[in-house]
Design a protein. Structure first.
Length: 410
């Protein structure tokens, strides 16, 4: 097997010991390491493969000009631009098989841009002192990014951080050996959903879509799932999108940490991809179970899903606000869009007899959506629950009609 080449990205003026240790690890594990210096002020103590001058040159500037910006944030942002372009260029020429970057907040900021410059399926690892932190906005995270917490890595090299770096190098090299170029032999259909205890239309729809020659990709709408859907939609990877769980839109509107970014429910339409939308789970906002709910939500009906996440119901005023926001988002669409409104409920927990049952409040949302209708969106009411077979059957009716008319291409 051909040795895999792993690009190591870091500030070689301040992290030379760490970068050299990683280089040795990858060599010892059977890979070929290459080092890219993304430092700005200092010079490395060893010879790198791609210098800070190479990083600046590819975006038609110089390291001297970057320093002259006089601001560390501006300088690193510009360096990130050059590093991203250079990494993309190296991958396009077949010179690297994977990437690993390390750093604190500054290095992580740059590394997120670099990772996003690589296609889906290319191993990309970030070893960071802020891995898994809420400092990292979801829209900066690539859908196949791997992160490791860099314990003990703030200043100087030691046994603790060496253990992390050794594992990280093995992980990215192993991923490069195992990865295959993404080959799509069937058109992909994206679908958003929660787990089957909340939303279960995918159980009916998956086999039917496969019979029609499509492959279904279901995204879990608990923050990063919606982020991955939006990222891939922005790359036009889908033949159609069935966006039936808008939980992350709700969370963003009402400032929950369980969010996938401000552009949720936008990239499909902006890229002209046909989409069928339904307001699954729009009557609840997510909060971490391990946090006290905000004062205005603490006496609301709720559903504790597990020790990580709970959901609290919205009131009529909040549902009206949400309807306006959803309408604004889907009004931007450049492709065929249909909105299905299941009038008997949008979540398993809001069925009659369940803890979130409140048809009167939910009906406020439906009325508001119809009153805010825009000319380029078709709205259809269905007298069923979103988890009923009737809903799935109607989705397939629309889907088949769009295939026949050439709106969805096989």
């Amino acid at each position: 097997m051909k040795r895999k080449t792993i690009l190591i990205v870091g500030t070689a003026d301040t992290k030379s010991d760490e970068l050299l240790f990683m280089k040795n690890c990858i060599e010892a594990q059977g890979g070929t390491p290459k080092v890219m210096d993304v430092g700005v002020l200092g010079d490395p103590s060893f010879t790198v493969d791609y210098s800070k001058h190479d990083v600046a040159k590819i975006i038609d500037t110089t390291n001297k000009a970057i320093i002259a910006l006089g601001d560390e944030n501006k300088a690193m942002t510009k360096t990130a631009e050059g590093a991203s372009k250079l990494v993309s260029h190296l991958y396009g020429e077949g010179k690297i098989d994977g990437m690993i970057a390390l750093g604190g907040t500054m290095g992580t900021d740059l590394a997120l841009d670099v990772a996003s410059s690589l296609p889906f399926g290319v191993p990309k690892y970030v070893v960071s002192t802020i891995s898994f932190s809420h400092l990292i906005p979801p829209e900066r995270i690539s859908p196949d990014l791997s992160m490791m917490l860099w314990s003990g890595g703030l200043y100087g090299i030691n046994k603790i951080c060496k253990s992390v770096l050794r594992q990280a190098c093995g992980a990215v090299l192993g991923a490069a050996k195992a990865s295959q170029k993404l080959k799509i032999d069937k058109p992909l259909i994206a679908m958003s959903s929660l787990g089957k205890s909340a939303l279960k239309y995918m159980v009916y729809l998956k086999p039917e879509l496969e019979k029609r020659g499509f492959e279904l990709v279901v995204f879990h709408t608990t923050g990063q799932g919606g982020r991955a859907l939006e990222w891939l939609a922005s790359k036009k990877r889908f033949a159609a999108v069935l966006d039936f769980s808008l939980q992350e839109v709700v969370n963003d509107v009402f400032n929950s940490i369980v969010t996938s970014g401000k552009d949720r429910l936008e990239n499909t339409g902006l890229n002209g991809i046909p989409q069928i939308i339904a307001p699954g789970s729009i009557n609840i906002v997510d909060i971490p179970t391990w946090q006290k709910p905000p004062k205005k939500l603490k006496d609301r009906p709720s559903h504790v899903h597990n020790r990580l996440i709970s959901s609290v119901v919205l009131d009529k005023k909040e549902l009206k606000k949400l309807a306006k926001k959803i309408t604004q988002k889907i009004a931007k669409t450049k492709g065929k869009t249909k909105l299905l409104l299941p009038l008997k409920g949008v979540l398993e927990w809001d069925r009659k007899g369940r803890e979130l049952y409140d048809p009167e409040t939910l009906n406020v949302f439906f009325k508001e959506m119809k009153s805010l209708n825009t000319p380029n969106i078709e709205i259809e009411e269905i007298n069923c629950h979103i988890n009923d077979q009737i809903f799935a059957d109607r989705v397939l009716d629309v889907f088949d009609d769009w295939i026949e008319k050439g709106i969805i291409l096989k």
